[in-house]
Design a protein around this ligand. Structure first.
Ligand code: SAH
Length: 455
């Protein structure tokens, strides 16, 4: 480790900034955020700096060694290498921390990339090797931190006196806080529900804190289509119950030591009974686990999420539903087909095309009215019946149809035809499930640019 990361409290301290341009501006902005007093020295001072630094010291002249007196930190942000070197040497002689912008060799301290969710602060440094890399990692971390993480920090700060009074033993106090952070209390505090969070601040050995179930939409296939919230849930899961539609790529984003249980169809066999899944969710949560029920697409669109939430309510298990990108949105976007369009479709309907005893029962008369796009989930087996019914109820045989297979994955295929031809086209090709059927004139608007897969 070539550097020791420290968080520098600058309130009531003075920082010397040498330089009067854009680079100095960026540093001054940071210093002001940290409530530092600024002494700025530069022959030419930008209007932006003058504006920012009203109430601070501005010296519009060249740097002099005496400027450094009484300051806690020195920043050189000039484009004159000799001057930068002089400032650095003066600071080091007096053992004052110094940063010279873009010259790690002249620095005793360097600025990290910062994630500022005050009071929570994360600093990411690359020891001067690549600030761009540090900033890249910052964006990755930003995405993982829930929006209200600062509320959690404030909550825990507020609880400190109470914790100290209630649990004199330091170790016990630490364990109570750790346990809280692994419980649903953490989510509640993050969401600002402080009173509800309080009941999870308990010592180990007290009544088992109930686990929690997250019913999570995994999106249609491409793991990058997971929401940030879904990713957070996957990273914190103890157990994950998943089924066929969830891709390996998505499962790979889960916490490494989370237990994964498959509850889908195996080798054409029967799917696990919904009742058994409901019971398993309740059982696992009752054992105190954070359980993720991971479903393809969105849990509330042909996902039986509604049945699971009912069971969880009846079982008294706390739960959250995290929406996902449903197959219709994902497939349409990746196939370049807009589901609505001012000139073509003013509404879009999501339907199940799953045939029962060879029949697809749907309100066909409504479906043939103009200006709408129809999206059939689970429809491949009923494709012939769907096309027949739409035509016999009045849609023209030439109405465009697209079949999207394995949408949003690298194996995505799009087959286009019309109500009359699509059945034959599909029969002649190898089409893998899952597939989605899109019917309507928007299909003809298909644009290739930015899409994957091909007809
Ligand atoms: N809850 C899911 C739908 C589950 S029903 C969602 O919101 O997307 C299962 C059906 O979804 C499949 O039969 C298929 O019609 C559709 N589907 C899911 N993923 C798909 C994909 N990657 N490509 C095409 N269709 C998909």
């Amino acid at each position: 480790m070539d550097y020791l990361p420290l968080h520098f409290r600058l309130q009531d301290q003075t920082v010397l900034v040498v330089g009067g341009g854009a680079v100095a501006e960026r540093k001054v902005d940071l210093l002001l955020r940290a409530n530092a007093g600024v002494r700025l020295v530069a022959p030419v001072v930008s209007p932006g700096l003058r504006e920012r630094l009203s109430g601070h010291e501005i010296m519009a002249r060249g740097y002099q060694a005496a400027d450094i007196e009484g300051v806690s930190l020195v920043i050189a942000a000039t484009d004159d290498p000799e001057l930068n070197e002089r400032v650095s040497a003066d600071a080091r002689r007096l053992h004052i921390p110094v940063n010279v912008v873009d010259a790690p060799a002249l620095c005793t301290v360097i600025f990290p990339a910062i994630v500022d969710r005050s009071p929570l602060l994360l600093s990411i440094g690359s020891s001067g090797t690549s600030p761009v890399l540090a900033r890249y990692i910052r964006t990755l971390i930003e995405g993982l931190l829930p929006e209200g993480i600062n509320r959690l920090a404030h909550y825990l700060e507020g609880k400190r006196p109470w914790l100290k009074k209630t649990y004199q033993n330091v170790d016990l106090r630490r364990r109570v806080t750790e346990r809280f952070l692994a419980s649903p209390g953490r989510e509640l505090a993050t969401a600002g529900q402080f009173e509800a969070a309080d009941r999870y601040l308990q010592p180990p050995g007290d009544a088992v804190v109930a686990g929690e179930v997250f019913i999570v939409g995994a999106g249609p296939g491409d793991p990058d289509l997971l929401t940030l919230k879904a990713l957070q849930a996957l990273q914190q899961a103890d157990v994950i119950l998943h089924d066929n539609l969830v891709s390996t790529g998505v499962l790979n984003r889960a916490r490494r030591d989370a237990r994964k249980e498959y509850v889908g169809k195996l080798g054409g066999g029967r799917a696990t009974d919904q009742k058994d899944i409901n019971e398993r969710l309740i059982q696992l949560a009752g054992q105190g686990h954070r359980v993720v029920r991971l479903k393809g697409g969105d849990p509330f669109i042909f996902g039986r999420g509604g049945e699971e939430t009912e069971a969880l309510i009846a079982g008294g298990v706390p739960f959250q539903v995290i929406p996902g990108i449903t197959a219709a949105s994902g497939c349409a976007a990746y196939a370049g087909i807009p589901l609505t369009h001012r000139d073509h479709a003013q509404s879009v309907r999501f339907l199940t095309g799953h045939p029962k005893d060879g029949r697809v029962d749907l309100p066909w008369r409504e479906l043939v009215s103009p200006g709408q796009t129809l999206v059939f989930y689970m429809g491949l087996g009923g494709l012939g019946a769907i096309c027949q019914n739409l035509m016999s109820h009045g849609l023209s045989a030439g109405t465009p149809v697209a079949i999207v297979s394995k949408g949003t994955t690298p194996e995505q295929k799009v087959v286009r035809g019309n109500l009359e031809t699509i059945g034959g086209l599909v029969a002649r090709m190898q089409i893998d499930t899952p597939t989605l059927i899109i019917v309507g004139s928007v299909v003809d608007l298909r644009r290739q640019s930015g899409t994957i897969g091909d007809d």
